[in-house]
Design a protein around this ligand. Structure first.
Ligand code: NI
Ligand code: MN
Length: 225
């Protein structure tokens, strides 16, 4: 399976069987993304919450590719109101899709769609594919229940924000990695806008000082998981 990072919170997973999953596809207005929405395809689109920098270009891509959206109920209803397909889920619930298993977690954050509609709770998401589990925390502050998420799931890759202001900054993100204890932490949600400027090398250094692995992905980089 492959994981590609577009900057901010946007990722593409391509499974060994050729299924493409986008997470929070904020591309056209994402100054870090080397690709535009027209360049990507998606069988599935996972959204962590309704904010514009996460829904991103999801609606356009979903329309063009006839993608199935996977998100919490209220946001799924909003997606459906735009004439698109969605699988409604909610926090604490898991479901097996053709590509693997998706489970939603809490996130301490808000949620409102770009057209100011109620979008339910913000979430994080655990995605298990081909024996590996990715935990995309979504936008969130630090919370102690991350410890429980780490206890109950063997997390291979934790994708978590370090940009501060709207989410965890470096200090809290380091603590979050301690709580979850993933094999590898990947910093996200930084340097997209001046207000969330943060130094991923500093994050990496602080993690390595406590014996944790960090992988800084370049914008547009794809890695084999
Ligand atoms: Ni947000
Ligand atoms: Mn955000």
């Amino acid at each position: 399976m492959k994981l590609k990072y577009f900057g901010h919170s946007a990722f593409q997973i391509t499974t060994n069987t050729g299924v493409t999953i986008l997470i929070d596809p904020f591309l056209d207005y994402n100054p870090l993304s080397p690709v535009k929405s027209i360049d990507v395809n998606a069988d599935f689109i996972v959204l962590t919450h309704g904010h514009g920098d996460h829904v991103g270009d999801g609606l356009e891509i979903g329309k063009r590719c006839n993608s199935l959206f996977i998100c919490v109920n209220e946001l799924a209803e909003w997606v459906k109101s735009k004439g698109l397909n969605a699988h409604n889920m909610h926090i604490g619930g898991a479901h097996n899709f053709q590509f693997g298993r998706v489970k939603f977690t809490i996130a301490h954050h808000g949620s409102l769609t770009p057209d100011n509609q109620y979008a339910g709770e913000a979430s994080g998401v655990l995605i298990t594919i081909e024996g590996k589990t990715i935990y995309h925390t979504g936008d969130t502050g630090l919370f102690y229940d991350m410890k429980l998420i780490g206890e109950m799931n063997k997390i291979d890759y934790m994708l978590l924000p370090i940009g501060d202001n709207f989410t965890m900054g470096i200090t809290d993100a380091v603590k979050a990695v301690e709580f979850v204890n993933p094999k590898i932490a990947i910093p996200i949600h930084y340097n997209t806008f001046p207000v969330i400027n943060s130094d991923p090398q500093e994050f990496k250094k602080q993690l390595e000082d406590i014996g944790k692995n960090c992988r800084i992905m370049n914008f547009g980089e794809e890695i084999e998981l």
